[in-house]
Design a protein around this ligand. Structure first.
Ligand SMILES: Nc1nc2c(c(=O)[nH]1)N[C@H]1C(S)=C(S)[C@@H](COP(=O)(O)O)O[C@H]1N2
Ligand SMILES: [Mo]
Length: 354
């Protein structure tokens, strides 16, 4: 693993609030709610679900004010969606951008139930002049010295996709507070920051929204002075369940020589996963893994496995996914100011005993 020494107290404070999914939980197709990663920029807001309303306004013919029971009475959809934080892999960059110091665990795949956003937008009747929808959360904080509600926008074209949900349930139960109760947006294929939690308002606007989380944060920059490209869809990634047993402090692995099945999951927001390769020599040589049948929901991750003949010695295990657009994972990360979208291959150090 790269050296992440010199972690600051502020990073530790974020890391202790925003937990990752332990990699052994890759064994579950549906991540149990308590094991799903969490990312909360500010505080979990206090919301009275009975008094709560979703306001839909701006450039719409019929502004709406919907209660939770209004939404529950509509025709609902349940869909498996893999969410990954755009900062996943950030702490493996050098120099390390100061923010939530994720290694590789900022991912999860849950069953989200809700109403297609499109249905609500059609009922509100968006005006032809609309460019984007702005999604406003109840949570407030100060970021980049600006006091703000957490707010993100999405183009009308992306918002009208049939798989975009206003979700009120996760894994068959009411949304837990930390995952956005009573209602959140779920945008499959895009990095997690797009899926606004604790929704209070959806506003149709006629031009590009310039809020902090769009114009300042979540952009690829090699220098802080650049405008940069927006961070959008999830790059391909595969992860494996680290085989063997961990050493308590270093979490390096120990296992016996012989044949072991190594399993994991792979996903991409750009296209379908078509290949996962495995290496036990740090990426020098690669073998093709077996892909599980595609998931019934194209928005969910895909399982993969390989029979690995482990011979004694120190090994560095790696896996690499490629999707239907030909996008694949690099061996070395590409650096950017915010530390976004580092999908460099996972490395697991294993001591194989004779
Ligand atoms: N209102 C609000 N929505 C939010 C956030 C937030 O801090 N506030 N965090 C975003 C980020 S950065 C991510 S990665 C996902 C995390 O969702 P989860 O905690 O349910 O896994 O929520 C997104 N939605
Ligand atoms: Mo995130």
């Amino acid at each position: 693993m790269a050296d992440v020494a010199g972690i600051t107290r502020e990073e530790l404070q974020l890391a202790a609030r925003n937990h990752g999914m332990p990699l052994e939980a890759l064994r579950y197709d549906v991540t149990p709610s308590g094991l799903h990663y969490l990312l909360i920029h500010y505080d979990i807001p206090q919301i009275d679900a009975d008094a709560w309303r979703l306001h839909v306004g701006g450039l719409v013919a019929r502004p709406l004010s919907l209660s939770l029971s209004d939404l529950r009475q509509r025709s609902t959809v349940t869909r498996s969606v893999t969410l990954e934080c755009a900062g996943n892999g950030r702490a493996l960059l050098a120099p390390r951008p100061l923010s939530q110091p994720w290694l590789l665990e900022a991912v999860g795949n849950a069953e989200w139930t809700g109403v297609p956003l499109r249905d609500v937008l059609e009922e509100a009747g968006v005006e032809p002049s609309i460019a984007e929808l702005v999604f406003t959360g109840f949570d407030r904080g100060v970021e980049g010295e600006i006091e703000q509600a957490y707010e993100r926008s999405l183009s009308i074209a992306e918002s009208m996709r049939e798989d975009v949900l206003l979700a009120f349930a996760m894994n068959g139960e009411a949304l837990p507070p930390q995952h956005g109760a009573p209602l959140r947006l779920i945008v499959p294929g895009w990095y997690g920051m797009t899926s606004v939690k604790w929704l209070s308002r959806i506003t149709a606007v006629g031009e590009e929204f310039g809020g902090y989380q769009m114009a300042t944060s979540y952009r690829f920059r090699s220098d802080p002075a650049e405008v940069g490209e927006a961070v959008t869809r999830v790059r391909p990634r595969s992860l494996m369940i680290p085989p063997g047993i961990p050493e308590f402090l270093t979490r390096s692995r120990v296992l016996d020589a012989g044949t072991h099945e190594v399993r994991g999951r792979a996903w991409s927001g750009l296209g379908a996963i078509e290949r996962v390769e495995f290496s036990d020599d740090g990426g020098g040589t690669w073998s093709d893994g077996r892909l599980d049948a595609p998931h019934r929901d194209s928005t969910a991750w895909r399982g993969w496995s390989i029979e690995w003949s482990a011979s004694p010695g120190e090994r560095v295990l790696c896996c690499r996914a490629t999707d239907s657009t030909g996008a694949t994972q690099p061996l070395e990360p590409g650096w950017n100011v915010g530390g976004y979208a580092n999908n460099a291959v996972q490395r697991v150090t294993v001591t194989v005993r004779g």
